[in-house]
Structure formats: structure tokens, C-alpha cells
Design a protein around this ligand. Structure first.
Ligand code: PMP
Length: 346
């Protein structure tokens, strides 16, 4: 397999001269800043944030043990997904493959960019069906989207199969690992140097409990990260997010305790939910949610909404017939759900 980013990137993006901020030309603390038409009052929020996010990137680099030039930071990993489409897919021409079922934003970002998505159905047990993916590859296929652990099924995809695809496909492979911290495996970040066509997405929205500050990452080759940085909004991460994240990322201890609580609760909920007569199956989960197959998803869903509990109805999604997706909450929240389900009758 020979991967060359020049065969993948859109011509106009390759030629693009990005917006440049005069602030990039100076580093230090004592400059008189009259370059960006800011207001001199109301410090520090009168100033635009650091477009290179250097302090935060340095911190992320040490946490994940990945060099700064291999890290893109975005307004959630959703921003990275959107930029990947805009950088590499020619509207109305190029195509991508996404495993099916999977996270809905791949298709939304594809539709916005007018890019066709070829769905590659997973096996019945939600394991990766490599043949289904390979037979969808066309001349115009630029990217394959994988999600591990997958949303909404919750399972880790098999690492050997991901590696096999990375070595066989001449385009990009995005592996979305938003939920990897809840799984036993450590994911595919360790293959970043080996496969130049790999992009790994991670987020601070799940295990780190920071969905509200909007901070996600794409890890990839220096070349790919340069492209994403070139097309992002110059100030895509605001000052509040950058400052707050720097502080919050010191809290490794809290994160570990949260993770073990959530994983314990996942096991407890799995056992408890199987006791209900209307529950047919609970799919194995490596994430912070359970995909629960029920006899009557719509009436359970509507009943729970009336009781003030919101779960996700995935029953019309391929391979998820009858299924509700339930996030693992706190013990108190989970007990409330179990209590309401006890009084539910079909
Ligand atoms: N990837 C997957 C698989 C997700 O389920 C989600 C959010 N539910 C995201 C990415 C988006 O994460 P972020 O909050 O970082 O945009």
C-alpha cells in the first residue's frame, strides 16, 4: 500500500493560503498589542485566544505522550470530523465509507459537504465485517470511518482488523475513540507512527467529564495535522476553554475514580436490566452506555419521557431493531431509571 497525502487532499486546500494573525510573529509578554483591533479594557478577555493553543497542546502532549505536531485541538471532536471532510473530500465527487450503525455526525458532515456515504454493515454481533468495507471501496473513496468502541453498539472493534484495513486502503482511516477510556484496550494511537493514513479522534467530553467546554482532538501525522490547522477558524478554541482545560487536566485522580464508578455501574445496570421481562438482550458494552434490546422500545421510551427520564431510541437504526441506548449515569440516576422501569407494564 502506498499512501500519499497529495493524492487525498483537495487541490484548493493544498493551494490555500491560510488566514494569518500578526500575533504569530511575536512571542513574549511585553508587547504593545495594537494589531488586532481589540479593546484595551476588560483584560484578559479583551484579547483573542492563542490560535496555536500552545500551553494546552503541551499539556495534552504530555498526557497522551504524543508530539505536539501530531495533535489537532478542536471545538469538540465534531470539529475535527467536519474539517476532515472539508480538507479531503471534493463536494459532489468524492465518497467515504462508514461502518453502519455508527455515530450520526459522519453522515451529517458528509451531507453538508455533499459527499456520498457508503454504509458498510457490521456483523450481527457488531464486529467489523472487513469484506463489507472492502467491497464498497471505489475510485472516489477518500476516507473510511470506524468508531471503537462504537456508538450506538458499545463494542470495541477488533484491532487486527483495523490494522489490516490500514495496510490495505490507500485513503485515510479515521478511528473515532471517543469512548476508549471505558474499554479494556488502549486503542490504536500506538500505531500512529507506523500508518501515515491513520487519524485517531479522542475527546474530553466523555471520560474527562468536560462535554460543556467543547474540546476534542485528532491525532495524526504532522502533514495531516498541518492541513487541519490550516483550515480551522484561527481562534477555534476560546480563552475560557483553553484556561479551564489546563486546570481540569491536572485532575487525573478524579477521572480515574469516575471511570471506575461508571464501569461498576455499567456492570450493575447490565445485571439489573436483564431481570425485566420486556428486556430481550443487552449488548456487551466497552463504553459508558448500554444498548438494550426490548420488546416494545417506543412505549418504554415514551413512558420514560413522561417520567422525566430521557434515553435514546435507536430502534430504527440498522441492526438495532428494538433497541434503546441508555447512558450510565450516577448511582442515584440509574436507581431512578430502574425504579421507573419496575412500574412500567407493557
Ligand atoms: N464521536 C462519537 C462516537 C460520539 O458519540 C460523540 C458524541 N456523542 C462524539 C464523537 C463527539 O464528541 P465531542 O463532544 O468531542 O464533539
Amino acid at each position: 500500500m502506498s499512501f500519499d497525502l497529495k493524492n487525498i487532499i483537495r487541490r484548493n486546500i493544498l493551494d490555500l493560503k491560510p488566514y494569518s494573525s500578526a500575533r504569530n510573529e511575536f512571542s513574549g509578554d511585553n508587547a504593545v498589542l495594537l494589531d488586532a483591533n481589540e479593546n484595551p479594557y476588560n483584560t484578559p478577555y479583551n484579547r483573542y485566544p492563542d490560535p496555536n493553543q500552545s500551553d494546552l497542546k503541551d499539556k495534552v502532549s504530555s498526557i497522551f505522550n504524543i508530539r505536539m505536531e501530531n495533535i489537532f485541538l478542536g471545538n469538540g471532536s465534531d470539529e475535527a470530523i467536519d474539517l476532515i471532510f472539508r480538507a479531503f473530500c471534493e463536494p459532489g465527487v468524492d465518497r467515504v465509507i462508514s461502518i453502519e450503525p455508527s455515530y450520526g455526525m459522519y453522515k451529517v458532515c458528509a451531507d453538508i459537504q455533499d459527499v456520498a456515504v457508503d454504509g458498510a454493515l457490521l456483523n450481527e454481533d457488531f464486529s467489523l465485517n472487513t469484506e463489507n468495507i472492502l467491497c464498497q471501496i471505489k475510485q472516489e473513496t477518500k476516507i473510511i470511518f470506524l468508531c471503537s468502541p462504537n456508538n450506538p453498539s458499545g463494542n470495541l472493534l477488533e484491532e487486527e482488523k483495523i490494522i489490516d484495513l490500514l495496510s490495505r486502503f490507500e485513503g485515510l482511516i479515521v478511528v473515532d475513540e471517543a469512548y476508549i477510556d471505558f474499554a479494556d484496550g488502549d486503542g490504536v494511537l500506538k500505531y500512529l507512527n507506523e500508518y501515515k493514513n491513520l487519524i485517531v479522534l479522542r475527546t474530553f467530553s466523555k471520560a474527562w467529564g468536560l462535554a460543556g467546554i467543547r474540546l476534542g482532538m485528532a491525532f495524526a501525522s504532522t502533514e495531516i495535522v498541518e492541513v487541519l490547522n490550516k483550515i480551522k477558524y484561527p481562534y477555534n478554541l476560546n480563552i475560557l476553554t483553553q484556561e479551564f482545560a489546563l486546570e481540569a487536566l491536572q485532575e487525573f485522580k478524579k477521572r480515574k475514580a469516575w471511570l471506575s464508578d461508571i464501569i461498576n455501574e455499567r456492570e450493575r445496570m447490565e445485571k439489573q436490566l436483564t431481570t425485566f421481562s420486556f428486556v430481550e438482550k443487552i449488548h456487551h458494552s466497552d463504553a459508558n452506555f448500554l444498548l438494550v434490546k426490548t420488546k416494545n422500545p417506543a412505549s418504554i421510551y415514551n413512558y420514560l419521557v413522561k417520567e422525566g427520564i430521557i434515553v435514546r431510541d435507536r430502534s430504527r437504526v440498522p441492526l438495532c431493531e428494538g433497541c434503546l441506548r441508555v447512558t450510565i449515569g450516577s448511582k442515584k440516576e440509574n436507581d431512578l431509571l430502574l425504579g421507573k422501569l419496575k412500574t412500567f407494564s407493557l
